[in-house]
Design a protein around this ligand. Structure first.
Ligand SMILES: NC(=O)c1ccc[n+]([C@@H]2O[C@H](COP(=O)([O-])OP(=O)(O)OC[C@H]3O[C@@H](n4cnc5c(N)ncnc54)[C@H](OP(=O)(O)O)[C@@H]3O)[C@@H](O)[C@H]2O)c1
Length: 324
């Protein structure tokens, strides 16, 4: 099914069940959780009994406000929610965040890599187009930096008395828009792929498709991580979860047209979108290496399942990150 048909079908005919899985005894990190879907995902997790929830945010003042709001609207205690700073426009910040987690957390049951941007303005971060840096390179860097802690948690097993033991989950927030992306730079050699994407985005028109492409790239990388990196039988579940089109600040630069589209396409509420992420983060082994949409495993685009393209992209990203 093409992107538009799939979008209409999911927005009109499918919905996201409210999350019910217990998060008692679980330690959870959610990035970009000061607002939008990340904050609502955090609220669900707090409501479901999470005793240690870390909001990873670039704006700690907004993070503290989100923390207070979640505590005021759930049974979460003051000590159960912390705000940690992380800015995905900086690889050093992502690495510091992961180091802090390694130092401070005795376990990590769930990481939801939610922070993301959608912009129509060309800007560079860490030498690459900003959506490429935030949605792809830093998100992938964060995922790989946290995998050892998630694996250690798997080997520890569930905390005694956990009413809902499950393997640790690494959930990356994806999007069905990836189905629109054609990744025209995929035929470049690995050493040139990322700089070619940035250069193409500087040309007029190309930037408009970059958000969708960034979501294709992160799905390719996640699939490659599972298929090629010896993680097929990992004790950590890795999935990419699409919340569907939801009300949020994601496209604030074009708020007027976005309102119309949201209305026509029956955008999901922010709570429902956040719920989709929490369902993804408790989905279980059948979601390992998969794309989830409307609470179901979805094939995603054919290109997102092209192992050769994923491998090449992964080489390009590894080479780029190694230099930093
Ligand atoms: N809304 C949708 O229809 C939809 C559909 C599919 C997928 N998604 C995905 O869902 C995720 C959440 O988006 P949203 O819709 O909730 O949008 P949003 O309301 O704009 O929230 C995005 C969150 O990411 C944070 N963020 C952005 N850049 C960051 C950076 N450099 N470092 C750290 N945090 C950063 C934002 O922090 P600030 O407040 O500081 O900017 C905010 O907390 C994104 O990955 C998005 O691509 C959304």
């Amino acid at each position: 099914m093409g992107f538009v048909r799939n979008l209409i079908y999911e927005q009109y005919f499918l919905s996201v069940p409210e999350p019910t899985a217990s998060f008692a005894h679980k330690t959870v990190v959610i990035t970009g959780s000061n607002g939008g879907l990340g904050k609502e995902a955090a609220r669900h997790v707090a409501r479901l009994g999470c005793p240690r929830l870390i909001l990873g945010v670039r704006n700690t003042k907004a993070g503290e406000e989100a923390r207070r709001d979640i505590i005021a609207t759930t049974t979460a205690t003051e000590s159960s929610i912390e705000v940690w700073e992380v800015d995905l426009s900086s690889f050093a910040s992502v690495r510091n965040f992961a180091r802090r987690a390694e130092r401070t957390l005795d376990r990590l049951d769930v990481l939801i890599c939610n922070a993301g941007i959608n912009t129509f303005k060309y800007a560079e971060r860490e030498g690459y187009e900003s959506m490429l840096t935030v949605n792809v390179l830093s998100t992938y860097l964060m995922a790989t930096e946290f995998i050892p802690l998630l694996e250690r948690t798997a080997s520890l097993g569930p905390v005694n008395g956990d009413p809902a033991p499950r393997p640790p989950h690494l959930t990356i927030v994806g999007s069905d828009t990836h189905m629109m992306a054609s990744f025209p730079e995929r035929n470049e050699p690995p050493s040139k792929v990322l700089s070619k994407i940035s250069a193409d985005c500087q040309k007029s028109g190309r930037l408009r498709g970059q958000y969708a492409e960034s979501k294709l790239l992160i799905l390719l990388l996640a699939r490659d991580l599972v298929a090629q990196r010896g993680m097929e039988n990992s004790s950590v579940v890795i999935n990419v979860t699409n919340p569907g089109m939801c009300y949020s600040d994601l496209v604030h630069e074009v708020a007027g047209p976005a309102k119309v589209l949201n209305f026509v396409l029956r955008a999901r509420s922010t709570e429902e979108g956040g719920g989709a992420l929490v369902n993804g983060a408790s989905f279980g082994k059948q979601s390992h290496g998969q794309f989830l949409s409307s609470n179901k495993v979805h094939k995603g685009s054919a290109l997102s399942r092209d192992g050769e393209t994923g491998r090449k992209l992964c080489t390009a990203v590894d080479q780029a990150l190694k230099k930093t």
